[in-house]
Each structure stands twice: as structure tokens, then as C-alpha cells.
Design a binder for this molecule. Structure first.
Ligand code: GDP
Ligand code: IMO
Ligand code: MG
Length: 424
């Protein structure tokens, strides 16, 4: 059984928690896109893990972990994570594999991300400054790209980096008046990265196909959310990869039909970090309530997340483009204490009611959410273990979401811990 877990909103839905739970029944967890812009949290007992590049399955000692070809990999972050896990007694030896085709995020990508965002002023995207956009741009441009496989031949890599730095220095100087950087420093860093990471580098496409042919169970861990997808999200306020499940086949070389189940992760409300349209945003005391109750601060950047009501139009879109079979609804506990809850079941655009999400931001800007109001509940849900033991209004809220989105909710989250999950 091969499963894909993907976020259906603007990221941070709780994918890390879901992957950690499902990894128990899997042999291999695969990251197929994004980079260290992701921040996936796993909480086990009193221990908290925040992972940016390593798949969330890495915490379980017996699961193989793969970083596939479409991930943009920041070696500094990855080495930090491997060391961090080792310090907590978790070894990746013999069970960790990196695609030779994964592109490498280097210092000049992060510098470019920052310089560009600063130069855009109020028009900035609000990126994580992790060098994601610039690295993917170099990948598409081809001539100035570095891939993990390049770490196998350091002489060739050094020569390549000389050419790249000459180009980047000219570009950054002309566009932003930035001081040039010596190629030497980055070459030295790459030698260190190669020493630590080259042993893990392999042909992961072959590895994944061999695993599938051998009857192994694979779990594909999406990063970001479907509405941040480069082609299908709210462009340009998106990330630079196909972060919906549509990115899986090209992201790791496994065809979509080899995946048996697509699980969409959603929060019981909506959040977004960075700029861009957000029709159900509550920039008021309701948004503040959700932010504090749900601890909605970025795992990667610490930025306060924008919060708002559940947007069924947006989620239904994620379900459609993602071929979603079932949903995991997290953070139901966060809504305890709100008298009434609103759910956007449609948008009104130019006087017409629409239920298909317009990813085009000019049309989305005109969208007025058509809300349905449901009664809230006061009870603390964090200790509830059975769906039938939830307050009637909380059960009704979940059922109504299932109805509007037309997809069953198989798991409900009532707290950050592994154990705070209700299976249905
Ligand atoms: P991801 O990027 O999709 O993996 O999500 P993040 O880790 O960035 O953000 C989700 C946050 O919600 C993390 O702090 C989780 O520990 C937390 N979390 C996950 N599920 C629940 C839940 O059901 N209730 C509460 N209160 N917190 C949860
Ligand atoms: P996880 O995997 C939430 C957002 C950024 C910004 C936009 C572009 O934890 O759900 P980028 O650095 O990718 O160029 O930024 O995308 N973004 C995320 N928001 N969760 C994420 O990942 C995100 N990864 C990128 O805030 O708006
Ligand atoms: Mg996150």
C-alpha cells in the first residue's frame, strides 16, 4: 500500500504529525518536493521535533527515508538535522537516501532570495528566505545549477562554482549593488558537505521502484500545501514547486497510479504565512483567538500565521486536483470556546455563486465568502479519544465539512501529540 499525504490549504496543516503516525505501518517515507521552507512538527510525549528536510518518518528508527529528485536541498540545514537527531539517539545509518538529481541550495540562493524580497518592498511574496525560488530558478535555467551528484567530483564542482560565482557576483552587483563573494569560501563549504552527505547520495528512482516491486509500503510526504502550488496555487503568492500531489510523479519518478491512497490534511480553520489572498481571513479578535489557541506561529520562520474561518471552497479545490480519497482534520481542539463557527461553502464573484476555487488572484480578489454558521462548543477536547465522545456540536462541525467537501474525514486531531488523534 503506497500512500501520499498532502496539505490542502496554504501549508502547516499538520502533515508532520500525520506522516509520523502513518509511518508506523510503512517501510519508507519519501519527500518529493520543496526544501527547508517546510517545517514539519512531530510531538511524541513531551518531545518535540521540527524537521525541515528530513522526512517526518526519520524519527522512527526502523523506517527508510528518501529525499527525492525534486527537493531542493540545503546541505547546512540537512547536516544540522542529522546531527540533531543523532544527539537525541536517532541514527540514519543505512536507512537514508538522497537523490543524485536533487538540486543544492547554496549561500548565494539565500542571498538572492533576501535581496529580491527586500528590493520588492511592499510587493514582496513573503518567502521564508531559504533560497527556494532562486534554487528552482537555477534548476530550470540549467547552466548554473548544482546537484547532489556533483559532490562526487569535487574538482569539477570547484570549476563549476567559479563560473557560477562570477555570474552571480555580476548579477547581484548590477541589480542590488551587493558586494562580491569569493568562490573559494563556497568551494570549501562544499568539500565539507560532500564529506558528510555523499555517502547517502544514490539513484532514488531505482531505489523506489525496487522497493515497490519488492512489495514495500511507501509513504509520500508532501511539503507546503496545494494552494501554494506553483502552477495551481494563488500565483505569484506561491512556492516555486508543485506542492500539491500533482508534484509527486515528477518529484520522485513514481507514477501517480502506483499510489493507492491520497490523504489530504486540513486544519479545522485556515492559516496562511506570507503575502497573498485569503478570502476567509479574520484579521480581528477571532483570528487572534485562533492564533493563540492553536499556537499559530511558523515552524520555520517563527512568523505569526494569518488565521481565518474554514474555507471549504479552497479545500474542495485541493481535493479535486489532488485526487484525495480521505481527509485528516486537525486542530479541532483549537476551536473550543468560540460561540459560533463559520464555514465558507461558496464564493460570490460578480454576483454569481461559485464553488470552484478561482486560483487566479484577480478573480479571487473579488470573491466574497458565502458563510454557513454552525454552533460552537466550550469543552476541552484534548483528552477525547473516540469520535462519539466529542461534544455533539464538534461532531456536527466535522460531519458538515465532510458533506460540503464530499470526502470522508478518517482522522481528527485534538492536540499536537501523536496520541491526541481520533481514528474513525
Ligand atoms: P506541517 O508543516 O503541515 O507539518 O505543520 P506544522 O508542523 O508547521 O504546523 C502544525 C502545528 O500544529 C504543529 O505545531 C503541530 O504540533 C500542531 N498540531 C498538529 N495537529 C494538531 C492538533 O490536532 N491540535 C493542536 N492543537 N495542534 C496540532
Ligand atoms: P510546510 O511544509 C506554510 C510560503 C511562504 C511564502 C511562500 C513562498 O511547513 O507546510 P518560499 O520560501 O517557498 O519561496 O515562500 O510560501 N511557504 C509556506 N507556508 N508552510 C510551508 O511549508 C511553507 N513553505 C513555503 O510563507 O508565503
Ligand atoms: Mg509547517
Amino acid at each position: 500500500m503506497n500512500i501520499c499525504v498532502v496539505g490542502l490549504q496554504w501549508g502547516d496543516e499538520g502533515k508532520g504529525k500525520v506522516v509520523d503516525i502513518l509511518a508506523e505501518q510503512c517501510d519508507m517515507v519519501v519527500r518529493y518536493g520543496g526544501g527547508s521552507n517546510a517545517g514539519h512538527t512531530v510531538v511524541i510525549g513531551d518531545e518535540r521535533f521540527a524537521l525541515h528536510l528530513l522526512p517526518s518518518g526519520s524519527i522512527r528508527g526502523d523506517v527508510a527515508c528518501v529525499i527525492a529528485n525534486a527537493v531542493v536541498l540545503d546541505p547546512e540545514v540537512l547536516i544540522g538535522e542529522i546531527t540533531g537527531l543523532a544527539e537525541r539517539g536517532i541514527s540514519l545509518e543505512g536507512r537514508f537516501f538522497i537523490s543524485e538529481n536533487a538540486h543544492v541550495v547554496l549561500d548565494y540562493h539565500k542571498k538572492e532570495d533576501q535581496l529580491r524580497e527586500e528590493s520588492l518592498g511592499k510587493h514582496k511574496i513573503g518567502t521564508t528566505i531559504r533560497g527556494i525560488g532562486p534554487c528552482y530558478a537555477d534548476k530550470v535555467g540549467r547552466s548554473y545549477a548544482v546537484r547532489m551528484g556533483d559532490f562526487r567530483d569535487l574538482d569539477a564542482l570547484s570549476a563549476k562554482l567559479e563560473t557560477i560565482m562570477a555570474y552571480k557576483n555580476k548579477l547581484f552587483g548590477a541589480l542590488y549593488g551587493a558586494e562580491p563573494t569569493e568562490a573559494g569560501a563556497i568551494v570549501e563549504k562544499c568539500k565539507l558537505y560532500a564529506e558528510k552527505l555523499a555517502p547517502f547520495v544514490t539513484d532514488t528512482t531505482e531505489l523506489l521502484h525496487t522497493a515497490i516491486e519488492g512489495g514495500r509500503s511507501l509513504l509520500f510526504e508532501g511539503a507546503q500545501g496545494s494552494l501554494l502550488d506553483l502552477d495551481h496555487g494563488t500565483f505569484p503568492y506561491v512556492t516555486s514547486s508543485n506542492s500539491s500531489s500533482l508534484g509527486l510523479p515528477s518529484g520522485c519518478g513514481v507514477p501517480a497510479r502506483m499510489v493507492n491512497k491520497y490523504i489530504g490534511v486540513i486544519k479545522a480553520y485556515t492559516t496562511r504565512v506570507g503575502a497573498g489572498p485569503f478570502p476567509t481571513e479574520q484579521d480581528n479578535e477571532i483570528g487572534n483567538f485562533i492564533r493563540e489557541a492553536g499556537n499559530e506561529y511558523g515552524t520555520t520562520t517563527g512568523r505569526p500565521r494569518r488565521c481565518g474561518w474554514f474555507d471549504a471552497v479552497a479545500v474542495l479545490y485541493g481535493v479535486k486536483i489532488g485526487s484525495i480519497d480521505s481527509l485528516v482534520l486537525l486542530h479541532l481542539d483549537t476551536l473550543s470556546g468560540l460561540k459560533e463557527l463559520k464555514v465558507a461553502r461558496a464564493y460570490e464573484i460578480d454576483g454569481e455563486e461559485k464553488t470552484f476555487f478561482p486560483a487566479n488572484i484577480a478573480r479571487l480578489a473579488k470573491a466574497k465568502p458565502v458563510y454557513e454558521t454552525l454552533p460552537g462548543w466550550d469543552e476541552d477536547l484534548t483528552g477525547v479519544t473516540k469520535f462519539e465522545d466529542l461534544p455533539a456540536n464538534a461532531q456536527a462541525y466535522v460531519r458538515r465539512i465532510e458533506e460540503i467537501v464530499g470526502t470522508p474525514v478518517g482522522m481528527v486531531g485534538v492536540g499536537p501529540k501523536r496520541s491526541q488523534t481520533i481514528m474513525r
